[in-house]
Design a protein around this ligand. Structure first.
Ligand code: ATP
Ligand code: MG
Length: 426
């Protein structure tokens, strides 16, 4: 089953649709949007918006059924970046339906309501409950697109995308493999857009693992930073799957790669404006620019194998990253290549106790599975979707994108849901 609501074919520009004033509408970034209409007017407007050129990067699904259909659909599927729902209800009836939708919404999902009652008190209540916008039907296309622009293109709200940096505690411990598979899991299991940036310029393997051979990639961006804007970045991205694009490393030794401390900041900032998830595969090295990328990231994932040098380096990374980011949570830990035959290993509990960090995943050493996948340019889930390791990558993706929490972590209520719960009990 598709994880985004099935899409009706966008209609060509419909003369009966009031486009409105498009002056404040921007190019919409690579987000996923699902819209659930009740009336024909709203359907036509949504379909016309979906086919507008400014929506060309977004994945938009338009279907009937209003809030009940949305709640039903997403009871068994991850929610997109934005759900637009039409409802003829008002007051408690509307809140009750939205509460059902909130029950199945990921915390990061935004909700726009198109209602039929021009009621300022209800508008205020919905906004205070966490609804991103309430529009009154009949809606103009520009109003819908302006609401999307305000949510996803407002620089004052910070970048759209979350940057998640992966670094290995020691060379060859599997950090890149995990980064690529998690990028794949976010894009395929959640239908959520991902840009994967391979910052290991001389030796990067994302191109091999994803079976890509793009002529251009991260090197063009980093060697001519003044030219980098959203249009150039689009050209440099290699599309690997419906929701996954790669900013590939040249993986060549034709030149040397000595970078200034801030060399990658600009290109990563531009990437973050365009997609909800930017995954960064860092090489196992320590210099000004790796430190800078780690400082800028929203999440840092350290991969380590269960032996002494990995433990020593992981401890140094956890401490140093903690110093660089004193106001953020600790880096996440993944223990990988656990159970190499005949290798004396440090136990998982001893390893995590020494770091004071619980691993978000413990991945066994499976040379046949990983070797086959990498030789075939496949992800683990393509090589064997049923293998528990493929499921582990989905779980990691859930944790680092905020769709799920570790059991040990204190459960923080979902934003949208929490607000509705609170408003109900008030
Ligand atoms: N759990 C695992 N079991 C068996 N092999 C694995 C496992 N994880 C990764 N590998 C293999 O280990 C090798 C090194 O992996 P990878 O390149 O991802 O490591 P890395 O930490 O990024 O290395 P580098 O230091 O070169 O950046 C690859 O051949 C990969 O297929
Ligand atoms: Mg690597």
């Amino acid at each position: 089953m598709s994880l985004v609501a099935s899409q009706t074919e966008p209609q060509p520009n419909n003369e009966s649709v009031d486009l409105g004033n498009m002056a404040e509408v921007s190019q919409i970034p690579r987000i996923t949007i699902s819209a659930f209409w009740e009336s024909d007017q709203v359907r036509q407007t949504l379909e016309t918006a979906a086919s507008d050129r400014r929506m060309s990067k977004a994945h938009v699904g338009v279907q009937s059924g209003g809030i009940p259909a949305a709640a039903e659909f997403y009871s068994s599927a991850p929610t997109p970046n934005l759900i637009i729902v039409e409802s003829g209800l008002q007051g408690d009836g509307l809140l009750a339906e939205l509460n059902r939708l909130a029950d199945v919404c990921d915390s990061s999902t935004n909700v726009v309501v198109i209602g039929h009652h021009n009621d300022i008190a209800m508008y205020r209540q919905l906004i205070s409950c966490g609804v991103a916008e309430y529009l009154v039907a009949p809606v103009k296309m520009a109003d819908v697109m302006k609401a999307v622009t305000d949510i996803f293109c407002d620089d004052a709200k910070g970048p759209l995308g979350k940057m998640i940096a992966f670094i290995g505690a020691k060379g060859g411990c599997g950090s890149s493999t995990i980064c690529h598979n998690v990028a794949w899991a976010i894009s395929s299991s959640f239908s959520n857009e991902v840009v994967l940036a391979d910052l290991d310029l001389p030796y990067g393997t994302a191109n091999i693992n994803l079976d890509q051979d793009p002529a251009q990639g991260i090197a063009e961006a980093v060697f001519s930073p003044d030219r980098v804007d959203e249009i150039l970045l689009d050209r440099l991205l290699a599309k690997c799957a419906e929701h996954l694009s790669l900013l590939a490393a040249p993986s060549s030794l034709e030149r040397t790669y000595d970078f200034e401390e801030n060399a990658f900041n600009h290109v990563l900032e531009i990437a973050q404006k365009g997609v909800p998830n930017v995954l960064v595969d860092l090489p196992h090295s320590w210099n000004g620019w790796t430190r800078q990328v780690l400082a800028a990231a929203d999440e840092v994932i350290i991969t380590a194998a269960p032996e002494l040098a990995n433990l020593r380096n992981a401890k140094n990374l956890v401490d140093t990253i903690g110093d660089i980011r004193p106001n953020d949570g600790k880096p996440r830990l993944i223990l990988n290549q656990v159970g190499v035959p005949k290798r004396p290993e440090i136990g998982v509990s001893d390893f995590s106790a020494a770091l004071d960090v619980e691993p978000i995943a413990v991945i066994p050493f499976e040379p046949a599975l990983f070797g086959t996948a990498s030789n075939n340019g496949q992800m683990i889930s393509e090589a064997n979707a049923k293998d528990p390791i493929a499921e582990a990558f989905v779980s990691i993706a859930q944790v680092i994108t905020g769709r799920a929490e570790l059991k040990a972590e204190k459960k923080s209520p979902l934003g949208f849901l929490k607000k509705f719960r609170r408003s109900k009990s008030e």
